[in-house]
Design a binder for this molecule. Structure first.
Ligand code: XLS
Ligand code: NI
Ligand code: NI
Length: 437
């Protein structure tokens, strides 16, 4: 059964188009900085929001109309849903998708039954992947919905919750590997705390690192060569999530000898919940060689939680693409729409509008970022600002030729530091707007 019989494949019609079901900027094969838009952006559709979400919020259940929600919870239902999911992704023209184990297949009465369900749906997904050419960007395990994880999974005080999580990660890795997944993500779920009186933070962090090491070891064992990611988020569901932002994650990975095995999967709304911009998070990760993938969405300035809205702000996507290009583009990750339509957008077609808008906003951001780079003015002004480091005392400090003593001698002789120059923030913001509109 087709879920979207009235929708044709979405095509590129150019910036002048008024067709809401066409791309105005995303021209998959157009080449920018030597790569096609498709290769730069590596768009991915998420199973959880798009094919499992129904728009529930804390005040009411979901009211979305979804052909694939008429379900009895059987494996057959899950397979029908998978077929509809692939119809959607194919018509949209996104090359990738991403899932949690529990998104794709129902839990059985036992772990064994659950794993069999996963095997059956994975078989169907594998066929759908080969008939459509759509690929798996990354897989992950849902270690937060089931009540056994109420206190966390890897960081639970209950060792059996850890053991169950380990079993789940093992199976999710096998399925991801079987489906040729290009990555595997760890988002902390309930790994954090609500109250320090009942929490042994150090012990919990040690356990989290142990689970990640087990995953790295098992990946080697089964020949999984995809990239592992850790996804920072500062709060929700716990008051304090351990993987709170890019800097905290990088510190954690280094402290536990994991920095060569995981990169970061950064999400816009998580960055803003942490009090950062996405640009900041991408620069933090990129400058440390840890920029892996991005979960593309946005928050609402007036709402304080993870609303996971689709990104439509071209200023934001320009910043993301500037950072991505600065660090050489994706090696394994992609622009993964970890985003959901709002509760009031309950019709199936809204899923197309949402994704088309997100893809176009990123494609426009890519074009603008490439234009900024080609022009070179921003880069020139930036290097000018640091010119004092290119020669004289600055260059010598950078080469390691100075100490506190020699710098004291230098300053005693010179008497006062050279005058500062203006930061020119307004001028630079105006400069960026020149390319944006
Ligand atoms: C939740 C996270 C989640 C991860 C995958 O806030 O963004 O969706 O991306 O577990
Ligand atoms: Ni996410
Ligand atoms: Ni999120």
């Amino acid at each position: 059964m087709a879920a979207f019989p009235e929708i044709e494949k979405i095509s590129y019609e150019g910036p002048e188009s008024h067709n809401p079901l066409a791309f105005r900027h995303y021209d998959a094969d157009a080449v920018i900085e030597g790569r096609s838009m498709k290769e730069h952006l590596r768009f991915s559709v998420v199973y959880w929001h798009t094919f499992r979400g129904a728009g529930a919020d804390p005040f009411g259940p979901g009211c979305a109309e979804r052909a694939w929600q008429l379900e009895d919870g059987s494996v057959d239902d899950a397979i029908r849903r998978a077929e509809m999911a692939f119809e959607f992704i194919e018509k949209l023209g996104a090359p990738y998708y991403a899932f949690h184990d529990r998104d794709i297949a129902p839990e059985g009465k036992t772990l064994q039954e659950t794993n069999q369900n996963l095997d059956a749906v994975a078989e169907a997904l594998s066929q759908l992947q080969s008939s459509t050419g759509i690929k798996l960007l990354w897989g992950t395990a849902n270690l937060f919905s089931n009540k056994r994880y109420m206190h966390g999974a890897a960081t639970s005080p209950n060792a059996d919750a850890f053991a169950f999580a380990a079993a789940q990660v093992k199976k999710a890795l096998e399925i991801t590997n079987q489906l040729g997944g290009e990555g595997y993500t760890f988002w902390g779920g309930r790994e954090g705390y609500q109250n320090l009186w009942n929490t042994d933070m150090k012990r919990e962090l040690d356990h989290l690192a142990q689970l990640l090491h087990m995953a790295v070891d098992y990946a080697k064992e089964i020949g999984f060569e995809g990239q592992f990611y850790i996804e920072p988020k500062p709060k929700e569901p716990t008051k304090h999530q351990y993987d709170s932002d890019a800097a905290a994650c990088i510190n954690f990975l280094r402290a536990y000898d994991l920095e060569n095995h995981l990169k970061l999967n950064l999400e816009t709304n998580h960055a803003t919940l942490a009090g950062h911009t996405m640009m900041h998070e991408m620069d933090t990760a990129g400058s440390q060689g840890m920029l892996g993938s991005i979960d593309a969405n946005t928050g609402d300035e007036l709402l304080g939680w993870d609303t996971d809205q689709f990104p439509t702000n071209v200023y934001l996507t320009t910043q993301c693409m500037l950072m991505l290009l600065k660090y050489g583009g994706f090696k394994s990750g992609g622009v993964n729409f970890d985003a959901k339509v709002r509760r009031e957008s309950f019709e199936p077609i809204d899923l197309f509008h949402a994704h088309i808008g997100g893809m176009d906003a990123f494609a426009a951001g890519l074009k603008i970022a490439a234009a900024i780079r080609a022009d070179g003015e921003l880069a020139r002004l930036l290097s000018e600002r640091y010119a004092s480091w290119d020669s004289g005392v600055g260059a010598a400090i950078e080469k390691g030729e100075h100490s506190l003593k020699t710098l004291e001698a230098y300053m005693l002789e010179k008497g006062e530091a050279d005058a500062n120059t203006s930061g020119r923030q307004e001028m630079l913001e105006n400069l960026i707007n020149r390319y944006v509109y």
